[in-house]
Design a protein. Structure first.
Length: 712
């Protein structure tokens, strides 16, 4: 009944109910066939009996030609195209061209864009917008396409696309397909890293698979494919970028060889996308192959060599080999400076990578200087939004690790808001900035805001990547540290890093240090010591005792021993033969670093006036959580620091959730009692933001307050 009503309404009085019912039955009540039949009859004035006769004759002629398409649709398509060919041959040619695109909408601007080279396609339409509009209206009138004026795009039904393409001779199909590729290469030539161009790239990227761009050997078409892969990565669509780059590498390597510049660029894009989706071990092997292929042609002078070295450096960072990664990043930077100059965007990007690598080695002061220089250089390039945001984020991280949390919090907030406005909250770069901002908020004591943001960021990571992606685990660390008394989250991080990155990765050992703190908070000192010993042994082997990760675990292990009553073991665990107290053996870390200031008096029994004052009384905000809410006191036992809670700020400043403080929580103006831990520092950069705390032994005398700077 609905089909009959549609036909009588669309065709008009020339079609009675009986004829409409017979026609609908012949067409199988298929909506597409009904629309095309009604359009043809309304446009040409054809009578129902005449149309039914043609329909039955064509059904016999087309029997068995394309079994995947309903026979009624094929017959109606044939009748419509035959009628249109007599009225407007150019419209039929446009229909043939549209059939080679994919299922995504086709932008109309593509057919009027200036060509960078001659394209033997739609010659009567591309330079004549009036004729192009007439052809589009004719196709729309026959219901062969749908035109959307609001989005200025053209849509074609899959059945119509398949029928049209099947009617093109095989020898013509590849020629038309290649010309369509060239048409698209002329249409999109802008910088794929500029968000302002992403809408245009999105209108093209959906057609690359249907056009089989990997089959082309034309340089312009290959450049188009590489630009689209770059766009997909820049937009955060790593899965599609990986799929496209994998097809390009697979086909081009066979046709052109592994040393071809297009193949090398496709390999670099593939490894970057593989790291984006979490396939880091496979990316490392491919990075090494790409580096070898780049050096086979022109050695160190190859223009793609800095990018190839950069890929290896990124893979080494992902493996936890921070020292080797820093060396490779520095090599890539020097090559870029020699090839492109100091102010080129690629050079600035590699300088940013170098700052990040240096930061992961624990040389925070050097990393901060380098990141500040990088941010200044990146700010000169207005179109490179991603470059500026990456430099901004790395600088915020270095500020925090260098002991300037207030400035770091402000910088992280700015880059997070900027990235949210420019790219959206779900973009990978925004999520990384959100993780850094959540850590910064927690470090300055804004725990409620830190937890709320960490929840949102973790949920977005989980939706986008799944539970075992390194970014998801990094976000879970930020959430876990904001909920300090929930062991399950910390245990999930430890298991996740062991499964994803390997049990020997520094991030896995760092997460074990976090979990140990949770056990100590629960008075399970034996479990805490076991985890800290294992974590310290692993970090010593991978990074060395002078690395901040190892220092944090060493301090925490000393507090574990003190909590268990082993007051002598707490000193020996934190010492090294060469340098004595491990926190002071890290000569790359300045006195403003919070853990270094507390280690001498807290762990090794050597109270110093400067360390106490710098922790709690410095007006510069180097340690805002402590300086805003805690006044130091000294126990009767020499060398042990405890802290008095002297403000009216909520207990959540010490790491517990608001309203869930344990019964032993100190009250304003009273001393912290023995058997409790307080956090001293939160570091380093996500995904390994570790906690450090000092344990106050049970039975310690905390009643005698001292003035700031009092001698032990």
């Amino acid at each position: 009944m609905a089909s009959v009503e549609f036909l009588t309404r669309a065709v008009g009085a020339r079609l009675d109910a009986e004829e409409a019912d017979e026609l609908a039955e012949e067409l199988g009540d298929l909506p597409l066939a009904l629309r095309q039949a009604a359009s043809l009859m309304a446009t040409t004035g054809m009578r129902a009996r005449e149309y039914l006769t043609l329909l039955r004759d064509e059904s016999v002629a087309l029997h068995g030609r394309n079994v995947s398409i309903p026979a009624a649709v094929g017959v109606v398509w044939t009748l419509s195209v035959d009628e249109l060919r007599r009225d407007d041959p150019d419209a039929v040619e446009l229909l043939r061209v549209l059939a080679f695109f994919g299922p995504a909408p086709v932008p109309r601007d593509l057919f009027s864009a200036p060509a960078v080279r001659p394209v033997a396609l739609l010659e009567n339409l591309r330079d004549n917008p009036i004729r192009l509009s007439q052809a589009v209206r004719a196709l729309h009138r026959y219901t062969l396409i749908r035109s959307e004026p609001d989005s200025w795009t053209l849509h074609m039904h899959p059945f119509v696309r398949s029928m049209t393409r099947d009617r093109v001779p095989e020898e013509e199909q590849e020629r038309i397909c290649e010309q369509v590729r060239l048409l698209m290469a002329s249409y999109v030539r802008e910088d794929p890293y500029d968000p302002a161009t992403w809408k245009k790239y999105a209108s093209v990227a959906g057609h690359l698979e249907a056009l089989s761009v990997e089959e082309s050997t034309d340089a312009d078409v290959r450049d188009l494919a590489l630009r689209c892969a770059n766009y997909l990565s820049a937009a955060g669509d790593y899965a599609d970028a990986r799929s496209l780059a994998e097809r390009l590498v697979g086909k081009w390597s066979v046709v052109s060889g592994p040393a071809d510049p297009h193949v090398i660029q496709a390999r670099l894009l593939l490894t970057n996308a593989m790291r984006g989706v979490g396939e880091r071990p496979s990316a490392y092997e491919l990075d090494l192959e790409t580096l070898t292929s780049s050096g086979d042609q022109e050695g160190e002078r190859h223009p793609l060599m800095p990018l190839a070295v950069r890929g290896v450096a990124a893979a080494l960072r992902a493996r936890g080999d921070f020292g080797e990664a820093t060396s490779m990043a520095g090599k890539a930077l020097e090559q870029a400076r020699g090839t492109y100059g100091n102010d080129h965007p690629l050079t600035v990007l590699l300088q940013c990578d170098t700052a990040l690598s240096v930061c992961l080695t624990g040389a925070y002061e050097h990393a901060l200087r380098l990141s500040e220089e990088t941010f200044t250089a990146a700010s000169r390039w207005d179109g490179h939004v991603g470059l500026r945001m990456k430099a901004w984020e790395v600088m915020a991280c270095c500020l925090r690790l260098h002991g300037r949390p207030l400035e770091a919090r402000d910088a992280a907030e700015e880059v997070f808001q900027y990235s949210t406005d420019a790219l959206g909250f779900d973009h990978p770069r925004t999520l990384r900035a959100g993780r850094e901002f959540a850590v910064g908020l927690r470090q300055v004591g804004e725990l409620g805001d830190a937890e709320n943001l960490a929840i949102r960021v973790h949920a977005a990571h989980l939706h986008r990547y799944g539970p075992r992606h390194p970014g998801t685990l990094a976000a879970l660390i930020a959430l876990s540290n904001s909920r300090r008394f929930q062991n399950a989250l910390a245990e999930e991080v430890v298991a996740g890093y062991a499964e994803t990155l390997g049990a020997d990765h520094p991030f896995h050992y760092a997460s074990m240090g976090n979990l140990a703190l949770r056990h100590r908070d629960s008075d399970d000192h034996a479990a805490a010591m076991n985890l800290d010993r294992r974590a310290l042994a692993g970090l010593d082997a991978r990074l060395g005792r002078d690395h901040p990760y190892a220092l944090a675990v060493a301090v925490n292990l000393a507090s574990d021993l003190a909590g268990s009553g082993d007051t002598e073991g707490r000193c020996s665990s934190a010492r090294t033969p060469r340098h004595g107290c491990s926190a002071f053996s890290a000569r790359r870390i300045r006195l403003r670093w919070p853990a270094r200031r507390t280690c001498a008096s807290t762990v090794c029994g050597r109270p110093r006036r400067r360390s106490v004052r710098s922790c709690a009384m410095r007006p510069s905000g180097r340690m805002p959580t402590l300086s805003a809410s805690i006044t130091p006191t000294l126990t009767a036992r020499p060398g042990m620091n405890v802290w008095t809670w002297s403000s009216t700020r909520p207990r959540s400043d010490f790491g517990a959730e608001a309203g869930s403080a344990p019964a032993a929580s100190p009250q304003p103006g009273r001393s912290l009692r023995g058997g409790q831990s307080i956090p001293l520092a939160f570091y380093p950069r996500c995904p390994n933001s570790m906690l450090m705390s000092v344990f106050v032994p049970r039975g310690a005398d905390c009643s005698r307050k001292s003035r700031a700077g009092a001698q032990a």
